[in-house]
Design a protein around this ligand. Sequence first.
Ligand code: PEP
Ligand code: MG
Length: 574
Amino acid sequence: MSFTLHGIAVSSGIAIGRAHLVSHTSFEVSHYTLPKNLVADEVARFDAALQAARAEFANLRSHPPAMAAAEFDTFLELHEMILADTQISVAPREMIEREQCNAEWALKIQTDQLVAQFEEFEDAYLRERQMDVRQVAERLLKHLVGHPGHQPPVRQDVETILIAHDLSPADLIQFKPQQFAAFVTDLGGATSHTAIVARSLNTPCVVGLHHARTLVREDDLLILDGEQGVLIVNPDKHVLAEYRLRQSERELERKKLKRLRTARANTLDGTPIELHANIEKPEDIADVRENGATGVGLFRSEFLFLNRNDLPGEEEQFEAYRAAAEGMDGQPVTIRTFDLGADKQIKGAERVASNPALGLRAIRLCLAEPQMFRSQLRALLRASHYGNIKILIPMLSSASEINQTLQFIDATKTMLEAEGIPFDRDIKVGGMIEIPAAALALNVFTKKLDFLSIGTNDLIQYTLAIDRTDEEVAHLYDPLHPAVLQLLSHVIGTCNKLGVPVSLCGEMAGELPYTRLLLGFGLRQFSMFSAQVPSIKQRVLTSSLSQVAPLTQKILRADDPMKIRELLDRLNGG
Ligand code: PEP
Ligand code: MG
């Protein structure tokens, strides 16, 4: 039977392929009955997973991550206790034997019961421990899935579309480009890091589909329209033909745009615009160059940390930063210091913050972990000798954070000098404007920093109090909210007046409907996922600043959302 599901379009393109369902990234599992003769094997599979989880804890205890929080040991102890609880370690075994069900299902049912018991506690601290129960169960579940015995392998003979309840950025980053034709998840928001990674892999992706994981079956034929956010399951031959046609038209269009690779991005009135790219790994530089970006506006260095149990040392980081700098051949490479925390956590050192987006994240975490921060700064400064590196600090909110950070950088420079290690003495240090407080108290930032970069993904999240990873509130995430527009215009305008270079590296920079609006605000430097550079360049080439300016002012004065959208359409020639 053919049917259609609608979600949030986060990475464009059309994919046609067979469904491959995964369940390892969240606590949602399949349920099936086993023949009697396989029950003992299933119990053994559960026992093996339990052993593996115990060994993992023992290993973490003897080799705690270098930057483990002070409470790491207590946290581990608690998780080991939960793992030893009979409801987690014994009851699922009994249920597999009694009901002949699969191990994941038994674990899920028993965990749900234990969580329900925790929910009953009056004491808030104890009640919150249900999160720990879930985390332990998920750890165990990952080991179960690591020894699947039943999960169908990914087909190699056809294009495959990955369907998951949820995927973390760490999950996605380990897929090779083109390993999957598309990604589909039930959870997630448009500017979550999962969406950002899908875009940088240039792979179509739709999130927030709610029930795709339960409604789609393994091997179903699928069409994913990453532009419209639509998933068509088992399409008939007419629909399939229509989408194949659209797919080849898009491909043709992309090829045409690629011809703009070496063209300068000047507006119709001759103003040059810098189009830079966002990357996650040094290997992404090839794409940056292929798409004609003239610099890296944001290297999300924290991706070096994901999917591993140890920390990358100074040497490894130095090599990564140097490779990026050399790969860009003198063009600027803006490397952001680690933005860890929230939805990007180091394996084994996951922190359980009650509100991760507002917690010990990014520069806050770096300042709290001087050893880790120092080794990154040493690596960055050393690599600066080999290219045009700039340092970008995420999530700054106050003068004292800026001062502490700059002191750290100065102290690191002094250290390298004493060791006779070369580095760029004039290296530029910039800050991200992604917290409303920073946008409003801009003077503090313009006085102390060499350049600024606006992170609209977080700026919108914090201005509108909308969790960017939560599909339940994704419809409220609005880049055109008057408050957001006022902040953007204020930051860009003030920087231009003061002569402080300002760039925008949030997802808005790569979205065509906003290009002219941002040009109208005075933005002259954009940074986006590489594949989008040619389209944005084409839009710049067909934009006239003198025509854009009056309409932009009208948009800024408007407060009715309908009116704002109507004016934006006019700005875009609609
Ligand atoms: C942003 O917040 O807009 C940004 C560019 O940083 P990230 O998406 O990595 O939080
Ligand atoms: Mg951010």
